[in-house]
Design a protein around this ligand. Structure first.
Ligand code: WTA
Length: 585
């Protein structure tokens, strides 16, 4: 298969030709890339991401870490990373962890966390990373359901000036479970066991890791990814879409608790031996210049972030930007939620200085890697469009929903049967313009996206409904200027409540959600109503709640209302919306 790799994601003619080949000769296309990227047919991610580079370029920087304060910086070379990985893998082996075992990782964004993921891979253990901002209850559920007998963490860390007592949280989470803790505060003190010197051989189809993600079910789903398909797809997308090269300095602001942190902080950048910057703080602490300072100091060439972070930083204005040098940048990226025009323009003009393309990448935990992205060519940029399908991906729009017509790209989670005939449903709403470019507009199902974090409304409702005072509830997403969406909960109560009682129940709802999921799920509005709008068959009419939640006018002429049994409740809900409670906890 001969084509110009350099131009495949830049020049539209080359792109079209390669894309056509990838569809017509799908098997040969993937096989060609598999053979090219895995010359040694070794599917152990630790080998691909660490050993190979430690042998060739031992003193090259693999990771640069920045902490909460400007002065906190560490640099880890590939050889140092290899030793860290071998040490953690040794300790796992000494504690009895074997190939195929599940290991939960709940850690801040520090080099040890990435080493921990790679250490699991090294011995064939299946890591299950849990976002460190989740509550002990949510962590417990994920440790238990993944049958992890080992949880990796650190004593504490600080994020945005706040102390996160990781060990304390993990101890609470695993109380009574058959699981033990391995602390990674002092990895240097571990010794290397000879069994960890070389990576365990892994097959293409062996499981590599799992990750829980929210859907429309009450409980988050456990998504599996396999060694070969996942690595092949995450590496290829990274190379083509970002035009990434070994000489790049790359900075992705996501967290290893999410799929973006797996594919595009850990596995793809290290696969190619890049220098990758990681940051365990927040963009606003101690000032809103953290990202820009890191970009200048490290001479970052590719910067990959999220729309809510960009909106938040844009809201600070442009005054401080003149203090920073952005000239090292050559490509920008965003992921996790829909972009909006003004944030896109701001990012393009001020950070990318009108010379860097913005790769608005659309994908999901389930897809393993990027599915849609604009070509890496500034003259073709359209604000907020994820534009083109990656090679081999066949997107379509059916009833407003973005669907993928074949389940045959290698990154697809092994939860889904990989047969060609069936359609993969994304749950996202999208449109396609006259050039055939895609724009993703948000979810069509019962998933809310708060600052890029997926949250199932039924997950929230089951928590709210478990409170004694609550009869029934419906959670919906409402637009939010920075977060994209915020959570609004409508609830009916078992008895009539006085205003003070409402305040106190609202506080209880909010603190229970925080306790069972985490701070990211904190509702913005709680509305007590006498009745939920329902159809004859008892289904809650969420679209009506959405209209009221967005403070839009209800169209009484629309046929939609005819299915309602309790039309009269609308006025009451509109009135109650005026008195929505914003919980402080
Ligand atoms: C949303 C994150 C618009 C979408 C990689 C998807 C996006 C969900 C974009 C997956 C984008 C992700 N534009 N929406 N560029 N990227 N999304 O599993 O709703 O955490 O279904 O994976 O995020 O979230 P997940």
């Amino acid at each position: 298969m001969l084509f110009d790799h350099e131009l495949a994601w830049k020049d539209p003619d080359v792109y079209n030709e390669v894309y056509r080949t990838s569809i017509e000769f799908s098997e040969q296309f993937w096989e060609y890339h598999r053979a090219r990227l895995f010359a040694e047919s070794n599917y152990n991610a630790s080998f691909n991401c660490v050993d190979r580079h430690a042998a060739k370029n031992p003193n090259k920087t693999a990771l640069v870490w920045y902490g909460d304060e400007f002065c906190e910086r560490r640099e880890i070379t590939y050889i140092k990373l290899l030793i860290m990985v071998q040490k953690i893998a040794s300790e796992l082996l000494r504690r009895g962890v074997r190939k195929g075992d599940s290991v939960t990782i709940c850690m801040p964004m520090i080099p040890e966390s990435i080493a921990a993921m790679l250490a699991c891979c090294r011995i064939g253990a299946i890591h299950n990373v849990v976002f460190s901002g989740f509550s002990p209850v949510a962590l417990r559920e994920r440790v238990f359901r993944s049958a992890s007998r080992m949880v990796l963490t650190v004593t504490s860390s600080s994020r945005g000036g706040k102390l996160i007592p990781s060990l304390k949280n993990v101890l609470t989470a695993i109380d009574g479970l058959n699981a033990e803790i391995l602390l990674l505060d002092h990895v240097d003190d571990f010794s290397i066991d000879e069994r960890a010197v070389h990576p365990t051989p892994m097959d293409y189809a062996d499981s590599m890791f799992t990750l829980y993600t929210s859907g429309s079910t009450k409980e988050p789903k456990r998504i599996f990814h396999t060694c070969g398909g996942y690595q092949l797809y995450s590496a290829m997308t990274f190379q083509y879409i970002f035009d990434a090269k070994e000489s790049d300095t790359y900075f992705c602001t996501s967290d290893i608790g999410w799929i973006t942190g797996h594919s595009y902080i850990t596995y793809a950048p290290l696969f190619f031996g890049l220098k990758s910057v990681i940051f365990s703080g927040t963009p606003m602490y101690p000032t809103g210049g953290r990202y820009w300072d890191i970009i200048e100091r490290e001479k970052v060439s590719i910067f990959y972030s999220a729309p809510s972070a960009i909106r938040c930083l844009a809201s600070l204005g442009n005054d401080m930007l003149s203090n920073y040098d952005f000239s090292s940048l050559r490509a920008l990226g965003c992921v996790g939620e829909p972009m909006n025009e003004s944030a896109w323009e701001w990012f393009f003009n001020n950070i990318g200085q009108k010379r860097c393309p913005i790769m608005d990448t659309w994908w999901q935990t389930e897809t393993g890697g990027i599915m849609l992205a604009p070509l890496h060519n500034i003259s073709l940029q359209k604000p907020c469009f994820a534009a083109k399908p990656f090679f081999g991906v066949v997107p379509d729009i059916q009833n407003d929903e973005l669907v993928i017509l074949k389940k045959n790209w290698p990154g697809l989670s092994s939860n889904f049967a990989r047969d060609d005939g069936q359609i993969y449903h994304t749950g996202d709403k999208a449109m396609r313009d006259e050039d055939g470019d895609f724009r993703v507009l948000g979810r069509i199902d019962d998933v809310v996206n708060i600052s890029g974090h997926r949250l199932g409304t039924s997950e929230v409702e089951s928590i709210v409904n478990s409170l004694g005072e609550i009869e029934e509830s419906a959670a919906i997403g409402i637009p939010h200027r920075i977060k994209g969406q915020a959570l609004c909960i409508f609830a009916t109560t078992t008895s009539t409540l006085e205003p003070e009682q409402k305040e106190s129940v609202a506080r209880e709802i909010s603190s229970r959600i925080r306790q069972d999921i985490g701070a990211i799920a904190k509702p913005d509005k709680i509305v007590f109503i006498p009745e939920l709008p329902k159809t004859r068959s008892g289904k809650i009419k969420r679209n009506i709640l959405k209209i009221i939640g967005e403070k839009k006018k209800i169209d009484y002429e629309s046929g939609d209302l005819s299915s309602l049994v309790n039309l009269n409740c609308i006025k009451d809900i509109e009135t109650a919306m005026q008195r929505a409670i914003k919980p402080m906890v």
